[in-house]
Ligand binder design. Structure first.
Ligand code: TEU
Ligand code: CA
Length: 546
């Protein structure tokens, strides 16, 4: 495999609305991000995935873009965006912009033109269909954000497709003019000095509407290859496509080097595994390690030598890692460190979601009015109207609602966790007095310093980047362990994913294994006898000496 600089990089995702407010309006902004670059430099990350900051009516907090080449007033200005790119570069950090081109905002000029008449030149930038025979939507496609995926344009009597909110009309990627406009916009952003793109729901742009094939349409990979050759493929840029539908086979198509498509994709098997097959995320299933291990193993094995994995536990759409996969209470710190070690000792590029590095947890607002996310609010209303109880829906929101990850970053113990001097756009998690950056930096063995050590290890040890993955103890109910091997080196990684003390019996060939313990959060470990007693949520990585 040809080595790439970003194979050993670690990416930090910033959700700008919630990261840091610099002007007291209660909304995070570019000035706030610039003021925290030294903090990120201290963590050691070299890439930032910046969720959208473009002009937007904020129906979906910026994933509804009305101008791809200007900055939303509440986030700042283009001059500040250039400043952020420049200031980041001085700290050896590159910015991945979030490319949202499956759809625009309904306030984008293209859509405003398209609405003027069915024969307007911009009309077929979007996807229009006549009503069904009964006058209703053309088919029963359901929006991810509730209700029909078709919205009626009264003036023309036609419907337009929107897989997300009705204010996010889908672009028509069968139209070559859409390609031209998007390519030109992307090249202008690359010319501004960004490091690449995260691509929102990229698996949806090849949709075959009349067959109701939304993901993985027949033209999808041709469209992505065209994007590559027309824009980022001309330089050493990093691209990561969000692909909720991706299988390992798909991921090979997206990320195999000779494909000229993407660097990697976000796949969500380890997330959807704990959703209910009928109610989806709104009826959360309890975490269960054996299925989780099998999924991670499947992906590590499938992309072992071709293609490249992204590695993440959370993002702005998901619950907090320690709440989902670890322990929020007594073992919050231990489980957060274990999750960090496990993720960063897998093969692929690790992503840290803002606040994960200090063990931020899910939030529990009791009142639905304290939530902000359009998906949560729409589905609460739709499901409660359909007869689901308030209590059951709140359980689902507490477990998997997107606002879990969108409460303000917790910087210190001052009002609003130091996020804003104003009134925050969404409530601050009440645990900020205990969980905040200032406390983490002051505590030598905090989760933050554990992450920093892991980020540094990846740069120092090629085995962490390129070592082959081979699972051990696959049947064990509490332990997830594996080997990484590269040339004559062997790294043993052992993670106790439970609050139990676990006596792990060792096979004969492992007796006496010793060497350099690269990372641990209890005590350095060696395999001296025929078993090892693991503490609750203990993990370590041991570079086996010869
Ligand atoms: O998310 C795609 C998406 O499908 C998720 O919203 C997912 O369906 C949901 O979280 C699972 O319940 C991307 C962005 O990450 C998300 O923030 C946007 O809302 C969405 O696309 C539309 O742009
Ligand atoms: Ca602000």
């Amino acid at each position: 495999m040809k080595q790439k600089w970003w194979h050993s990089a670690v990416v930090y995702q910033i959700y700008p609305r919630s990261f840091m407010d610099s002007n007291g309006d209660g909304i995070g902004d570019l000035g706030g991000i610039i003021s925290k670059l030294d903090y990120l430099h201290q963590l050691g990350i070299t890439l930032i995935w910046l969720s959208p900051v473009y002009r937007s009516p904020m129906d979906d907090n910026g994933y509804d873009i009305s101008d791809y080449e200007d900055i939303a007033a509440e986030f700042g200005t283009l001059a500040q965006m250039d400043e952020l790119i420049e200031q980041a570069k001085r700290r050896d950090i590159h910015i991945l912009m979030d490319l949202v081109v499956n759809h625009t905002s309904d306030e984008h000029p293209w859509f405003l033109e398209a609405l003027k008449s069915p024969d307007n030149p911009w009309r077929d930038f979007y996807i229009w269909r006549k009503p069904a025979a009964n006058g209703g939507p053309p088919n029963d496609f359901h929006s991810y954000f509730g209700g029909s995926g078709w919205a009626l344009d009264e003036a023309s009597g036609e419907y337009y497709l929107h897989q997300f909110s009705k204010r996010q009309p889908d672009l028509n990627w069968d139209n070559p003019r859409v390609h031209e406009e998007v390519h030109a916009m992307m090249n202008r952003w690359l010319a501004r000095g960004i490091g690449g793109f995260r691509m929102d729901v990229i698996d949806l742009i090849g949709k075959e509407v009349d067959k109701q094939i939304m993901a993985n349409g027949k033209n999808l990979h041709a469209l992505i290859r065209q994007l590559n050759r027309a824009t980022f493929g001309k330089g050493d840029y990093v691209t990561v496509g969000e692909a909720w539908s991706a299988s390992p086979e798909d991921a090979l198509l997206y990320s195999a080097e000779d494909r000229d498509e993407l660097s990697m994709v976000f796949q969500f098997d380890h997330i959807k595994q704990f959703w209910d097959e009928h109610a989806g995320k709104w009826r959360s299933q309890p975490f269960e390690l054996s299925g989780f291990k099998a999924v991670i193993d499947k992906w590590q094995t499938a992309l072992a030598h071709v293609g490249w994995n992204s590695l993440f536990w959370s993002n702005h759409d998901l619950p907090r890692a320690v709440s989902k996969f670890g322990d929020e209470g007594e073992y919050r710190e231990a489980s957060a460190k274990m999750l960090a070690t496990a993720l960063h000792c897998l093969k692929g590029t690790p992503y840290i979601y803002q606040g994960e590095e200090i063990g931020m947890t899910n939030v529990r607002f009791d009142n639905i009015d304290d939530y902000r996310d359009i998906e949560t609010l729409n589905l609460y209303r739709e499901r409660v109207e359909a007869g689901i109880s308030h209590e059951e829906m709140m359980l689902g929101i507490h477990a998997n609602g997107r606002d879990n990850a969108r409460t303000p970053m917790q910087w210190d113990t001052s009002a609003n966790a130091g996020f804003t001097s104003g009134t925050p756009w969404i409530g601050v998690n009440s645990n900020y007095r205990d969980i905040n950056v200032t406390a983490a930096l002051a505590q030598p063995d905090s989760i933050f310093w554990h992450y920093r050590k892991l980020v540094a290890l990846r740069k120092q040890h090629p085995i962490l980047v390129y070592g082959d993955f081979q699972q051990l103890f696959a049947e064990h109910l509490h332990v997830f362990a594996w080997l990484r091997t590269l040339d004559d080196q062997t790294l043993l990684v052992i993670n106790n994913f439970s609050r139990e003390r676990v006596m792990l019996k060792l096979p004969q060939e492992m007796h006496g294994w010793h060497g350099e313990c690269l990372i641990h959060h209890y005590a350095p470990r060696e395999l001296l006898g025929s078993s090892i007693e693991l503490q609750p949520y203990e993990s370590f990585a041991l570079l086996i000496g010869r």
